[in-house]
Design a protein around this ligand. Structure first.
Ligand code: ACO
Length: 438
């Protein structure tokens, strides 16, 4: 392989000397980022597989949706830098961009907003679905199940084959997820479900369904609407992350969009992924509440290989630099609290932890920086959300990304059913032992 000092100048193939080789392997270029060695025929030709737990070094698809440069901390949706998008766009506009590849014109945006707004209502029969859950049910479990459940009302989307049906499925999911999320929350606090209001924007409508009560339906403070809108934009896509890879894996079996997205929610819920936003707040609260806990003792625990504790909201599989979303959120958290004339002792603890970690050899050596979840929870909290809703908010934000990937995957001629290989290290072949002889 000849890089000649530049990734872009890589040759079109490489030679791998293995087994009865050498074998010529094609190299696929990317527009930005690293090229990829095509190993698809390697097993058949050379009788070897590649070993890559977590697919951390494997490109599973060619994608045109999101670009990340983890070494410089760069994130782009459809080519546009996240900083510009977060400053100028609305979340619903970003959803359009991710799905259709281009920023909408004013007319397209209006039509898109009204299409979404027209479908925010759930089928009335879904009320009994929410009623059936115990009050203590985690809202992520309800969100996940309800996402699968609503597909039962839309037979046509179960195996969409035409673009028109796929688009309609996407609109249905984007329109209804905030309603599902708000109803999951209302259920958990024992308050009446609020119906969507088509006169409100996407985000205001969600906040209305979360916080309004019958007979008390004040408009939501626009600065709260704006803050949540920015948070959702920052969560909207992140290329082949764990939940998106799950959506693609499930969709690769030709499972429908609803089932694939519901599976992605399961992956998102884990504390190493989207569940980290709840875990961060719980960690900060525990430090706050424990008179013996200090910044130093917390870092000591995080560095101790015999302690399963990790510094939640720190580290990332892709970023070896500051996560650009965390950079935006760090100052945004201060702005939001100042605008709301509030203070939060957990923000002070988070800032102290960040400074200490960024000056600690362990974190510096491993290039561990705050990720998106480190500050998002503090803002969600300031906006009035309980910590059990944080990952639900992440899911609402990530939904357009999941759908964009599902559509891209189903229309990509290179897509195959996701079926990795293994290195078997169990017992060699042995004879079965009858029960009476064991
Ligand atoms: N605290 C302490 N040590 C850490 C942390 C952390 N948060 N993150 C990584 N490390 C250490 C590892 O122990 C490992 O150390 P070693 O080289 O001595 O064995 C080294 O840094 C590399 O870490 P890996 O676990 O190999 O990195 P990986 O890419 O597999 O994991 C992950 C990334 C899961 C995000 C990890 O950094 C982590 O657990 N962070 C905390 C959870 C979190 O914030 N998740 C949200 C991620 S963002 C998102 O999904 C939306």
């Amino acid at each position: 392989m000849d890089t000649k000092g530049s990734e872009r100048m890589i040759e079109r193939n490489v030679t791998l000397d293995v087994g009865s080789g050498p074998y010529e392997l094609d190299v696929h270029d990317s527009v930005m980022g690293l090229p990829g060695i095509d190993i698809r025929r390697l097993r058949a030709q050379a009788r070897v597989v590649t070993f890559d737990p977590g697919f951390a070094n494997t490109a599973v698809a060619k994608s045109s949706i999101t670009y990340i440069d983890g070494s410089t901390g760069e994130l782009r949706y459809r080519g546009y830098g996240i900083e510009e998008i977060a400053s100028h766009s609305s979340f619903i506009e970003v959803a359009y961009l991710l799905l259709y590849g281009e920023l909408p014109t004013a007319a397209e945006l209006t039509a898109w907003e009204s299409d979404i707004s027209a479908q925010t209502m759930l089928n009335e029969e879904m009320r009994s679905f929410f009623d059936a859950f115990p009050r203590r049910a985690h809202p992520m479990a309800v969100l996940n199940s309800a996402t699968s459940a609503i597909s039962t009302f839309y037979d046509v989307y179960r195996r969409p084959t035409r673009k028109r049906e796929i688009d309609a499925g996407a609109r249905t999911l984007i329109a209804k997820l905030p309603t599902i999320a708000a109803w999951a929350y209302k259920k958990s606090i024992g308050e009446p479900y609020m119906y969507p209001n088509p006169d409100y924007s996407y985000v205001e409508n969600f906040l209305h369904m979360m916080y309004a009560r019958p007979g008390r339906q004040d408009r939501v403070d626009p600065s709260i609407v704006k803050a949540l809108d920015v948070l959702l934009i920052l969560h909207a896509d992140h290329e082949m992350n764990c939940s998106t890879a799950t959506v693609r894996a499930v969709g690769s079996s030709r499972a429908n969009m609803f089932a694939s997205v519901a599976a992605g929610m399961g992956a998102l819920w884990g504390p190493l992924h989207g569940g980290a936003n709840q875990a961060v707040i719980e960690m900060l609260q525990a430090i706050h509440d424990d008179p013996d806990a200090t910044i130093e003792s917390t870092l000591r625990r995080a560095k101790d290989k015999n302690d399963p504790f990790r510094l939640m909201g720190f580290g990332h599989s892709v970023y070896t630099n500051y996560d650009p979303r965390a950079r935006i959120l760090a100052s945004f958290a201060e702005d939001v609290l100042a605008r709301m004339e509030r203070s939060d002792p957990l923000l002070d603890i988070a800032q102290e932890l960040e400074t200490a970690a960024l000056n600690d050899e362990y974190f510096v050596e491993r290039k561990l920086y705050p990720n998106v979840d480190f500050y998002s929870g503090i803002i969600f909290r300031a906006l009035g959300f309980p910590s059990r809703m944080f990952t639900v908010l992440f899911a609402i934000g990530r939904l357009p990304g999941w759908i964009a990937h599902w559509i891209e995957m189903t229309t990509d001629p290179d897509t195959r059913i996701m079926r990795p290989r293994q290195l078997y290290v169990g017992e060699p072949a042995r004879d079965y032992v009858l029960l009476e002889k064991r």
